[in-house]
Write a protein that binds this ligand. Sequence first.
Ligand code: GRF
Length: 193
Amino acid sequence: MNVTLDVVVLVSGTGTLLQSLIDATEAGEVNARVVAVVSDQEAAPALMRARRHGIEAIAHPYRRGTDRAGWDAQLTDIVAAFEPDLVASAGFMKLLGEAFLARFGGRTINTHPSLLPSFPGMRAAHDALAAGVKVTGATVFLVDEGVDTGRILVQAAVEVLDGDDAEVLHERIKIAERELLVRAVRDWRPGEA
Ligand code: GRF
């Protein structure tokens, strides 16, 4: 009987990736439960999604120009209070710092809307279009101290279609990302690092 994974999810935006994980855990498709959702954005719709499912949702906003390392240490403590087996960054738009990685490195995964190492950073769909690739995709990887550089766990290819703009392409990629995130949690084995 494998133990149910306790997962904390980090979000910044609409939370459709979070929603796919919540739905999969509630449907019994993944032996995991989302024990908390934490966002750097007070108004992230993803927080409302969590609350609608009775999941604790915490905003931990970062005020530009304030002590970033202190903010990261506080984020670490907030997450640690839930004693997660796994942390999933699902559309979380802040780089996790030293304190966080010291505590949760090796068990923090992130989704990215490209086939890493191609197109890292904040404009993956836009950059794929600009490069003229015919295939891009999604990646789930282990977070390390770099930007989108951790060990790749799972990937899925997504076709670029004529007439795509960055938004249309990104939404198509997100469909793949949602499935990929669920698969990565389902297949997670402690000590993956
Ligand atoms: C995803 O494509 C994620 O990879 C990127 O932002 C998007 C988040 O989407 N960082 P959502 O907030 O889960 O809808």
